[in-house]
Design a protein around this ligand. Structure first.
Ligand code: DQA
Length: 156
């Protein structure tokens, strides 16, 4: 199973950017932790391992291009859209357009921060959102996405 992992704007600064809000784990280490987590998730029923492709961009159009190109190449999308969470109809439309099962993650709990961070354009086109657990949000998000892809949607 191939999973595209996208990090949006300013997440390349993790480790030195507002550590009190976003923690001290740098982005390469988050990607490494994700890769280890993917290995722990074992194989799909067809014997395929969980393989990640982790990318970061500060540019909305680049993220849109990557999401479009993911069509037919990846089974799922794990994304921290950064500030584009709160502004980008284009990212939302790209995810809806390719109908790629998506989990949205945030290091900080966006719902207990400034009002402008409470709204996500991505959440309505995502399976779910994990927010507030620091670097663990990514690991929890990956587990949730793989579980969803392997076992199907939770009925609620
Ligand atoms: C963030 C939350 C966003 O509001 C912010 O703009 C970010 C990071 C998070 O991971 O907590 O850049 O997505």
């Amino acid at each position: 199973m191939r999973i595209l992992v996208l990090h949006g704007p300013n997440l390349n600064l993790l480790g030195r950017r507002e550590p009190g809000v976003y923690g001290v784990v740098p982005l390469p280490e988050i990607n490494q932790l994700l890769t280890q987590e993917a290995a722990c998730l074992g194989e799909d029923s067809d014997g395929q391992p969980v393989v990640l492709d982790c990318r970061q961009s500060n540019h909305e159009g680049v993220l849109v291009d990557w999401i479009q190109e993911a069509w037919g190449q990846f089974e799922g999308l794990l994304i921290n859209p950064g500030a584009y969470t709160h502004t980008s109809v284009a990212l939302r439309d790209a995810i809806a357009g390719v109908a790629l099962p998506t989990v949205e993650v945030h290091l900080s709990n966006i719902h207990r921060r400034e009002e402008f961070r409470h709204h996500s354009y991505i959440a309505p086109v995502a399976i779910g959102q994990i927010s507030g657990f620091g670097a663990d949000s990514y690991l929890l998000g990956l587990r949730a996405l793989v579980s969803h892809l392997r076992n199907g949607a939770v009925k609620n």
